[in-house]
Design a protein around this ligand. Structure first.
Ligand SMILES: Nc1nc2c(c(=O)[nH]1)N[C@H]1C(S)=C(S)[C@@H](COP(=O)(O)O)O[C@H]1N2
Ligand SMILES: [Mo]
Length: 347
């Protein structure tokens, strides 16, 4: 059983969680996927030197130390984080970027404060419409472009956490110590790590990581004409068995996870005959807003041969994930049923 991360690039560190470690509701910090555009700080910042600035279109600027933040009302929330490019390598047509399989996703219980509490304290100016996050990581590459991302004020005020804990531990250095933004249910790109500045703006932040990437566009189109990546799309992954496995006839336990970003996963169905017939999977474990649901289906496998297993999720509004993913130039948001099929041999 492979347990270690699958490293795609060392510098910056981009590594995915092996499928076998996606079988628990909580993804342990040690195997939580890593996605970085810049260089991870080598040592944790000294807390007496670290201040979180809140500025821009606010009535009163704030400068807060971590202990001040930790004295504010604490929120503890589960949230599944997924990189926009997750499952990119499973697309039939190749797209540039990290070749994620299914492991650019993980679920954790985060401790922190609601961003709205800080913004209410600072007081929003009338024209406040977007909130930009800036982190302390050093950019790689000649252009020295910082990873700055902004989200609309509605998201910032409704369901965005500033997390200083991950699964009960202080936020690990790799995941943004001492503080990161978490736009709950939105893709990782909206969740800036090593956060030290929050700026309230009248319009979306303009910059490379807003306008050139994390946009859904087609070949030949200008990136900034496409939609920015926001909520995680409805999707299910199969974490057991894995493609290529040889299994014995009898009861085969099929495991997976399904997630819906800001939505709720209502049902998961499994097919063991390449989509011809479908059976209901049963959920196992917690059912929390913004978090994936683990499921299982016990397959009474009686016929030897090759089998294609598929899973499909439906959300609370009755929407089903697509049979095949909607293609886009950077290969974001692959949630296709077909792309996530698993092929096994029963002996
Ligand atoms: N400061 C900073 N924050 C960042 C990034 C980054 O490169 N720098 N990468 C983003 C992307 S694209 C993703 S998917 C998530 C990954 O978070 P993780 O490494 O904790 O899994 O962090 C986001 N926040
Ligand atoms: Mo990402």
């Amino acid at each position: 059983m492979t347990k270690s991360m699958r490293i795609m690039t060392e510098s910056p560190l981009n590594a995915e969680t092996p499928a076998v470690r996606l079988r628990s509701w909580i993804t342990p910090n040690a195997v939580f996927f890593d996605r970085n555009q810049g260089k991870i700080p080598e040592v944790p910042v000294a807390l007496d030197k670290w201040v979180l600035m809140v500025d821009g279109m606010v009535k009163r600027k704030l400068g807060l130390h971590l202990d001040q933040i930790q004295r504010l009302p604490k929120a503890i929330v589960a949230n599944t984080l997924e990189c926009s490019g997750n499952s990119r390598s499973l697309l039939e047509k190749k797209a540039p970027g990290n070749p994620w399989t299914i492991g650019g996703v993980g679920n954790a219980v985060w401790g922190g404060v609601w961003l709205r509490d800080l913004l209410n304290d600072a007081g929003l100016a009338d024209r406040a419409a977007h909130v930009a996050f800036e982190g302390m990581d050093t950019p790689l590459g000649k252009a020295q472009i910082k990873f700055v991302r902004s989200i609309p004020i509605e998201k910032a005020m409704s369901s965005t956490l500033l997390a200083y804990e991950m699964n009960g531990d202080p936020l690990p250095l790799k995941h943004g110590y001492p503080l990161r933004a978490l736009a709950l249910g939105w893709t990782g790109a909206n969740c800036v790590k090593w956060l030290n500045r929050i700026t309230v703006l009248e319009k979306p932040f303009e910059g490379f990581f807003m306008d050139q990437v994390y946009r859904v566009f087609q070949k030949g189109e200008k990136p900034d004409t496409g939609d920015a990546v926001t909520a995680i799309a409805l999707k299910s992954i199969i974490t057991q068995p894995l493609t290529g496995e040889h299994l014995e006839k009898g009861a085969i336990v099929v495991l997976g996870a399904a997630y819906a970003g800001e939505g709720h996963v209502a049902t998961v169905e499994v097919s063991v005959d390449d989509g011809a017939t479908w059976q209901a999977a049963e959920f196992i474990g917690p059912d929390e807003p913004f978090a994936w649901r683990q499921w299982q289906y016990v397959w009474p496998a009686s016929q030897a041969g090759e089998h294609t297993i598929k899973a499909r999720a439906t959300d609370g509004q009755g929407r089903r994930q697509p049979e095949t993913a909607r293609w886009n130039f950077l290969g974001y948001g692959n949630n296709g049923i077909d792309e996530h099929a698993v092929r096994v041999t029963v002996e």
